[in-house]
Ligand binder design. Structure first.
Ligand SMILES: Cc1ncc(COP(=O)(O)O)c(C=O)c1O
Length: 423
């Protein structure tokens, strides 16, 4: 499937949701199969030794790829399921290139290990996914890479001062951030981060920006259009969307993604052919799933906000026009998405009672699946965050996080209502 169709001189540029059905796949290369098969093979037969030599030259970047791409060698280097998936994933974000991985953490760790070196400083937003924080604080420090932090409350000037006060102005190499922040749904201004990166960049040292777009992307937030260099996903979440696969993706310029792919070959952090195939299938319903889940979430958030057992609801679709966060929301988000956090009236016991009383919504971490999931950030996903930090970020003992699925909204509301009545 091509991006554009032409008939009688009329051109039609196809929408991303249409391209998800077939972009990058050529049935004629697979016995006419309408869907891309699973290329469950570790290695590929060369037609002759010259081809083998040339394919390796393409893989090393010393020869331009041929008509059908770089030539298949070995599934740690390339595989049709991954290559087609990578082409298709570039569509939503408008990226030049993509690399897929066997987890979101594999995507993040491979990207930062390739792009940072000893002596570099990484500036990271907080709160951030716990696995990412652990990688930055415990693993990168072993390689001499220091991490500085900023929060959603900091202004552009304050963030610049954090870097300058740490004596890191000439060592800053990357700004890594997550927006909306998990689990509070606070927003970080993407344009501001891009400006800060430019502020610290010099002729010889470009400060890169990397955004973990797992919560709203790839349908509802497009960071590359704001000038972000790298967009990263836990594809385990909305992209996979069925809570049955762990995967990751990283998107950006050809130059950066080629570098990241070289390290992926060395580390062996690529996705398997089956994972690639599962994600290709999931992409066909991505927009439908994300749209339905977001519609459900708006209805549920509005209902929760009037419930007598609920203290406060943190949901982008409830932001008031006079809230400065609303201005950021309008600039960079196309929908409030389907992640809701709310404070129940009471303490940890009250929120545990609520969670234990759910009958249909599952008590589980993770998010972005077709089914609704609820969890307790302070005791579960964010339990490794120190008490002081949890207080600072608003991760209270009565906070519950809900990943809204595509079930009937009235069924989810019925379940939440009966569980709230148990408090
Ligand atoms: C925002 C975010 N980024 C990254 C990850 C890590 O992804 P994975 O579990 O696929 O390695 C997660 C996992 O929960 C996440 O929520």
């Amino acid at each position: 499937m091509d991006k554009e169709l032409v008939s009688n001189g009329n051109r039609k540029v196809l929408k991303p949701e249409t391209l998800m059905m077939g972009y990058g796949y050529k049935p004629e290369l697979s016995e006419g199969a309408v869907k891309c098969p699973i290329f469950q093979t570790s290695t590929f037969v060369f037609e002759n030794a010259k081809d083998g030599k040339e394919f390796f030259e393409m893989a090393h970047g010393t020869r331009e790829p041929g008509k059908h791409g770089a030539g298949l060698i070995y599934s740690r280097i390339n595989n049709p399921d991954l290559e087609i998936l990578e082409d298709r994933l570039t569509i939503w974000d408008g990226a030049e290139a993509c690399a897929v991985f066997d987890s979101g953490m594999a995507a993040i760790s491979t990207a930062v290990l390739e792009l940072l070196k000893p002596g570099d400083v990484l500036l990271s937003s907080e709160p951030i996914y716990g696995g990412t924080e652990h990688l930055f604080e415990s693993t990168l420090t072993k390689f001499g890479i220091q991490t500085l932090n900023f929060g959603v409350q900091h202004t552009r000037q304050q963030i610049i001062e954090i870097v300058e006060r740490a004596g890191a102005a000439d060592k800053l190499r990357m700004i890594f951030f997550e927006t909306p922040a998990n689990p509070t749904n606070c927003l970080i201004d993407i344009d501001m981060c891009v400006e800060i990166a430019k502020h610290f960049s010099t002729k010889d040292r470009k400060v890169l920006t990397a955004l973990d777009n797992t919560f709203l992307g790839p349908v509802f937030q497009h960071p590359i259009k704001h000038g972000v260099d790298l967009v990263i996903y836990s594809a385990t979440k909305y992209i996979g969307g069925h809570s049955d696969v762990v995967a990751g993706a990283c998107l950006g310029s050809k130059e950066l993604i080629n570098r990241i792919k070289s390290l992926r070959v060395a580390l062996g952090s690529m996705a398997s052919p089956l994972t690639g195939w599962l994600l290709l299938r999931s992409l066909e319903t991505l927009k439908m799933r994300m749209t339905t889940a977001a519609q459900n979430a708006q209805e549920i958030a509005e209902w929760l906000s009037t419930h007598p057992k609920v203290e406060k609801v943190l949901y982008l679709g409830l932001l008031k026009r006079d809230n400065p966060q609303y201005i950021i929301y309008k600039k960079q988000c196309l929908s409030p998405g389907a992640m809701i956090s709310f404070l129940v009236k009471g303490d940890e016991l009250a929120s545990f009672r609520f969670l234990d009383s759910l009958k249909m919504v599952k008590l589980a971490v993770s998010l972005g699946g077709t089914e609704s999931l609820a969890e307790h950030p302070a005791a579960m996903t964010h339990s490794a965050v120190g008490l002081e930090k949890r207080k600072e970020f608003g991760i209270a003992d009565n906070l519950v996080r809900l990943s809204v699925g595509v079930e009937a909204a009235e069924d989810i509301i019925w379940d939440l209502d009966q569980a709230l009545s148990q408090i």
